[in-house]
Design a protein around this ligand. Structure first.
Ligand SMILES: *Cc1c(COP(=O)(O)O)cnc(C)c1O
Length: 457
């Protein structure tokens, strides 16, 4: 076992866990979220030495810090090679401003990065464990397909995905509903928040004690660790790392798992100057940073960047914890964090749908780049930050493009006149057989389905 790092719960009423325990449990027993007790350190010189390395090599170098003692380094390296056989394009937009396209994986969103690594970790751990594992996940668009793809075909691991029928695009839906096998996708007649509430209820339901449930949403620490890697990747390719040159990342955010990857990356040595966290009209975190008061948005606001329609980000408790505060699973702020330090490290901004559309149009007209709604929120956030803070022209910055424009063809074509060419992974979806039961947002039918199919008794 890994005796270097243990993981504590943000609610702090259960004992610390090892990485395998935290991975297979998902959420801590007291409904808190796991965070590392200690952090490894990566030096600027080491990061500088990565400039010529491939993405899988950098992933191995970062992640072995967390997995040593759990997986052999050589085994981890093989998993990284296997998981990341696709490009990670860094495009210069203007001057030293770039976008990083995290959309080249098999489901064309950044969630492939974490899901593919976590599936390999869990699959390996299950080889030496008894019984079956059921991954229950709510999705507002991209988690479901990334997780379903990543776990498809694994032995003794089942995936159940709940998605809001009205909120996902046809392509997003077909990416999940055409897989089959160990993957069950359920269309819910409700909102993403309803799906997330059902998942939470199932996790704490004693009637389901005979089903071994875990989460692949970003409440699982296994999602966050792989999401530290692309920040190091971009930095080692673009920055003068030996001089510890600062970098600004802009992260389009919903549940704040992607942002937590950046926060952890910073903790272990990434010279990130300030993180721009850009939300859509669900502005509860920008308001929190400004006022110090937190209120969820319920129901969450429906925006064109649909994977970010989140009115109470599940990772906020982690962010508060990292800055010395305490937030429970209901969103109650039990102890305030160091707001000044948080504001120093983070710049949060809310971008409306109107601004998002203007950004897609403007970025194409001005720079010839095609953005989709999520990436456009990130880019608009970056521009706002640089302008409002009079950041020097030569400051290195990278905005994350988190999905492929071809996932949102109607919106993109209406704004740019370009019908984005779908990547190979999205071609031919329409011809595959879709299969999914539809449920109302009552809890009992879901419970019965889980018991029927997966109970060990
Ligand atoms: C999930 C998702 C996000 C938001 O990521 P979080 O980790 O939930 O903040 C942004 N863009 C796309 C395309 C996504 O799928």
């Amino acid at each position: 076992m890994n005796d270097q790092f243990k993981y504590y719960s943000t609610n702090r009423t259960v004992p610390v866990a090892t990485l395998p325990e935290a991975l297979l449990q998902g959420q801590a027993g007291d409904k808190g979220l796991f965070l590392p007790e200690n952090y490894p350190a990566i030096s600027p010189d080491e990061i500088a030495s990565w400039a010529g390395l491939s993405y899988p090599e950098i992933a191995g170098n970062v992640l072995r810090r967390f997995t040593s003692g759990v997986f052999e380094d050589s085994d981890l390296r093989a998993m990284c090679e296997d998981a990341y056989g696709y490009e990670v394009p860094l495009e210069q937009v203007t001057g030293r401003r770039h976008i990083m396209r995290l959309d080249q994986g098999p489901t064309a969103s950044f969630k492939d990065f974490a899901a593919r690594m976590m599936a390999r970790w869990m699959g390996r751990l299950m080889e030496s464990q008894e019984g079956e594992l059921v991954i229950l996940t709510a999705t507002s668009g991209d988690t479901g397909s990334a997780v379903a793809h990543a776990y498809s075909g694994l032995d003794r691991v089942h995936v159940v995905v709940l998605f809001p029928i009205q909120e996902v695009s046809p392509r997003q839906r077909m990416q999940m509903t055409t897989i089959g096998g160990n993957v069950t996708t359920i269309g819910m007649e409700g909102q993403f928040d309803d799906c997330q509430a059902l998942v939470k209820r199932a996790f704490s339901d004693p009637d389901l004690s005979a089903v071994r449930l875990t989460s692949a949403n970003s409440i699982n620490i296994g999602r966050l660790l792989p999401q530290t890697v692309y920040y190091f990747y971009a930095y080692s390719k673009l920055a003068d790392a030996a001089r510890r040159e600062p970098i600004v990342f802009s992260i389009p955010s919903g549940n704040f798992g992607d942002m937590m990857g950046a926060v952890i990356a910073r903790r272990i040595g990434l010279p990130s100057e300030r993180l721009v966290i850009a939300t859509n009209a669900n502005d509860e975190v920008p308001v929190f940073l400004e006022t110090g008061r937190y209120a969820k948005i319920s129901p969450s606001r429906v925006c064109i960047s649909n994977a970010m329609n989140v009115g109470h980000p599940s990772n906020l408790a982690r962010l508060v914890d990292v800055y010395g505060g305490r937030m429970d699973e209901t969103g109650k702020l039990c102890e305030p964090p160091d707001m000044d330090l948080m504001r120093k490290h983070l710049y949060a901004v809310s971008i409306s749908d109107e601004e998002t559309r203007a950004t897609i149009r403007g970025a194409y007209e001005k720079y010839g780049i095609i953005l989709e709604p999520h990436g456009a929120v990130g880019w608009a956030g970056l521009e706002r930050y640089l302008e409002e803070n009079q950041v020097p022209e030569d400051r290195l910055s990278v905005s994350l493009e988190t999905a492929h424009p071809a996932k949102f063809p109607e919106e993109v074509e209406a704004l740019t006149g370009v019908n984005p060419e779908p990547p190979p992974s999205l071609v031919g979806l329409e011809d595959r057989l879709e299969e999914y039961p539809v449920m109302k947002t009552d809890y009992e039918p879901l419970r019965d389905l889980l018991l029927d199919r997966y109970s060990t008794r």
